[in-house]
Design a protein around this ligand. Sequence first.
Ligand code: NAP
Length: 310
Amino acid sequence: MTRRKIALAGIGKIATDQHIPTLASSPDWELAAAVSRHGRVEGVPNFTDMDEMLAAHPEVGTVSLCMPPVPRFAYAEAALKAGRNVMLEKPPGATLSEVHALENLAREAGVVLYATWHSREAAFVAPAAAWLKGRRLKRFTVTWKEDVRKWHPGQDWVFEPGGMGVFDPGINALSIVTAILPDPIHVTRATLEMPENRQTPIAATLAFHHPQGAEVTATMDWDHSGDDVWRIEAVTDGGTMTLDRGGAEMRIDGSVQSAGDGLHGEYPRLYAQMARLVEDGRSDVDLSPARHVWDAMTLGRRKIVAPFHW
Ligand code: NAP
């Protein structure tokens, strides 16, 4: 089968860590161009301007956007208006309305828009959803703690408006939560810890309404030293299930199943899904994880904490 041509834009940490190696061994995609103001990809034509790449490479039918959410909209708009399919890194946008605008553009252009959630592709997300189905939930606890200096070294955009702060990783947890919980939940209470010199929270706690009255909470911390904690625990009338390491491990009443390192296999599965969506001419834009973040930002009580320095 011939591989479809794709361009990558925003060559930084996640493009280098995941997208480039994934595309290099993809059975579906051939990396045909890159767009980045400073980054480069060896072995393909490199551009610093999106419009120039789109004009020079009409054979590139799909563009995958890896830059942060705030600047991403203009790149997505340009690609969709040029009739290309677009794949968005998470979170899909800085605001609700801009993602809706992209959905409309994709519909008008007859192309595919895929808002990816890489954490949903973790090995045990689907098994966790299947296990929870039919069980009565009593308590559901999300604990998401990591060191921003490890995953976003020097990336000031995460603390700028639209950067989402601790919700940049926290939204990964929420993408799993919204994929595995059978019932809809919504935020009822939140606290946001704001470093006095920054615009976005470095830690947050959330409480949710659950239709059957289960206690649903989330604790997120981005100033955490030691090992990453990416854990979701569900206590039900039929036992306790823990998803650990971001969904790469599942424990049911003490019995553990594990699948490689965190992030393992997530990006190959995202690109395989994009190939299926393009084949079917179908978009996939689920904003439910981002909605919880935007709700928490609206309802959250701000607590000013010590300044953050890298
Ligand atoms: P990053 O390295 O800071 O940014 C990626 C690239 O985007 C930069 O190298 C830069 O390339 C371009 N860029 C940055 N600011 C820009 C601007 N204002 N206008 C245009 N281009 C800009 O960030 P990242 O860690 O790769 O994260 C990017 C996205 O991937 C985020 O949405 C993040 O949530 C998601 N993600 C990150 C990770 C992770 O581990 N870091 C994991 C999963 C998902 P040029 O300067 O060359 O244009």
